[in-house]
Design a protein around this ligand. Structure first.
Ligand code: HEC
Length: 85
């Protein structure tokens, strides 16, 4: 629900999230099996929360914008994404 509410799906395809069929960003299918976030940072709960709140602080120069996500909401979204197999 949060992933839909913050409109992550306008840029990403995300399994089982309504209207998440965007193609600007990479697909988030099977994200739990991904080794790196944006090809740079080892994937894991803490890094993923930081990424969702402030992408440019994790990977300088990234084209993914900060979406105004609270750390609490980012934690829930990260848990969902890391559970995608
Ligand atoms: C305006 C388009 C846009 C929106 C909106 C957006 N993203 Fe992204 N996202 C991107 C782009 C572009 C990348 C690739 C960034 C890079 O490689 O530097 C990315 C990368 C990612 C990655 C890493 C993917 C990978 O393959 O490593 C995750 C996870 C992610 N986004 C989650 C989210 C979440 C959660 C939201 C909603 C809060 C969101 N994104 C909203 C454009 C967007």
């Amino acid at each position: 629900m949060l992933l839909a509410q913050y409109q992550c799906g306008s840029c990403h395809t995300i399994p089982d999230v309504q209207a998440a069929r965007g193609r600007t960003g990479p697909t988030l299918s099977a994200f739990g099996r991904r080794s790196y976030i944006a090809g740079h940072v080892p994937n894991g709960p803490e890094q993923l929360v930081r990424w969702i709140v402030t992408p440019a602080a994790v990977v300088p120069g990234t084209t993914m914008p900060a979406m105004g996500v609270s750390p609490e909401d980012a934690r829930d979204m990260a848990a969902y994404l890391l559970a995608l197999e």
